[in-house]
Design a protein around this ligand. Structure first.
Ligand SMILES: [Zn+2]
Length: 420
């Protein structure tokens, strides 16, 4: 449109142009409600609407039948004024089969009550902030935005392609501390969340495999599954995708070890008051200690404490992960387990938790050593816990499984969502 054509432009023509309506629709009236800070754009279809419209049932050429009641769609604001499209949609009737239907207008989004552009803009905000806050920013209600989010995430998830998935990580995430858990499956190579299920027992595996195969993936294409030391997930792999190697990831193994050392410390603290404030000191690695903490540690080291022995053992265990070859790592870990048992002789009941950990290392040795063979980066799984914390914050007030899953897929699913 040349500059000259803008002369004599009415607001109705201007908005029709801005909306990109084409020939099928026209703006009949712009109603400006100053008090409500709102602009209503009244739209009406033209006869062109029937040109390419076909009966959705039998494909016959369509004919106009009647119109719906006036409907509203929230559109992008106009100069800070809320803007809504108002239209009575034409309904078609098929001369062949008698079917009637509502013609779908080009501006209509997925969630009902919003335009495409508004939905794309809302999704942009929802990727960055809590739903509650996006609702305030947009002058919408949280339930309406959730409906929009569910619709788009469901549609994009349905289109997701898992055909190249081979390395998978699974981990439990706590919804409420100590109460409810969900299991999250991730594609470790493309670094995205694939699937989430309620619970953390082996039943989540058949559900995951079903989702994987519904998205063109295949259970026998899985070469490895990375996980913690839980028997439930192990059972899940054995029962559903036995071709995959189980890799017990470093992050979880060491987390379990740190838990064991902390239990030693708590037990021993009852007899040795000097351990009272050492919890954080003994959780750190030496290179992260302040000068003051280093001095404190040196004092503790002189005291012949089970807690300090456990601390040193933890550092030695971590050190094994620096070894280059699986053979050397196997020898080191086996020797390490013997070392823990010798600690049991010296410290007795104080060392029970350490021995339990050593036994679990022996039981899961192949899976732990698989780390050296597969070398899948677990950084994504490690980061997932903080991603999930953010997901919970964003879904504040809406913490049922479906809401958390939708938010998780939005934030970490790498889905193809409409953009502005
Ligand atoms: Zn028909």
């Amino acid at each position: 449109m040349g500059l000259a054509d803008w002369r004599g432009m009415t607001p109705e023509k201007l908005f029709a142009e801005l909306l990109g309506l084409g020939l099928k629709w026209r703006v009949t009236e712009c109603v400006f409600h100053k008090d409500r800070r709102q602009v209503d754009l009244q739209l009406e279809h033209t006869d062109e609407v029937w040109k390419l419209e076909r009966c959705p049932k039998c494909g016959a050429e369509a004919k106009g039948y009647d119109r719906t009641e006036p409907l509203r769609w929230r559109h992008l604001n106009v100069m800070q004024y809320r803007c809504e499209i108002v239209a009575r949609l034409p309904r078609g009737r098929c001369p062949q089969c008698g079917h009637t239907w509502r013609v779908r207008p080009p501006w209509e989004g997925k969630a009902g009550g919003f335009s495409n552009e508004f939905e794309a803009f809302a999704l942009l905000l929802l990727r960055e902030m809590a739903v509650e806050r996006a609702a305030q920013t947009l002058g919408e209600t949280a339930p309406r935005l959730w409906r929009l989010l569910h619709k788009h995430v469901d549609a994009a998830y349905a289109e997701a392609d898992f055909s190249a998935v081979s390395c998978v990580g699974v981990d439990e995430m706590s919804v409420r501390k100590g109460h409810k858990y969900i299991s999250v499956f991730a594609d470790l190579l493309r670094k995205r969340v694939l699937f989430a299920a309620e619970d953390r027992d082996s039943s989540v595996f058949p559900q995951f495999i079903e989702a994987l195969e519904a998205h063109n993936g295949h259970r026998h294409a899985l070469t490895e599954v990375s996980m913690d030391l839980s028997p439930a997930y192990l059972k899940g792999v054995r029962e559903t995708c036995r071709n995959a190697a189980v890799v017990h990831d470093k992050y979880h193994v060491i987390a379990n070890l740190i838990l064991a050392t902390e239990r030693v410390r708590r037990r021993e603290q009852k007899q040795r008051p000097e351990l009272k404030d050492s919890q954080w000191l003994l959780r750190k690695n030496p290179e992260n200690l302040s000068a003051e903490q280093t001095a404190e540690l040196a004092v503790l080291t002189q005291g012949n404490l089970a807690s300090v022995k456990a601390y040193q053992m933890r550092l030695a265990f971590q050190d094994a992960y620096r070894l280059e070859h699986a053979g050397a790592a196997r020898r080191r870990l086996e020797a390490w387990c013997r070392w823990v048992r010798s600690g049991r002789q010296k410290f007795g009941a104080l060392f029970v938790e350490m021995v339990k950990f050593a036994e679990s290392v022996e039981r899961h040795l192949e899976g732990i050593l698989a780390h050296w063979k597969h070398r899948v980066t677990n950084a994504f799984m490690e980061g997932l816990n903080s991603v999930f914390s953010a997901v919970k914050r964003r879904a504040r007030g809406f913490r049922s499984f479906e809401y958390l899953r939708t938010m998780l897929y939005l934030v970490a699913g790498k889905l193809r969502l409409p953009a502005i």
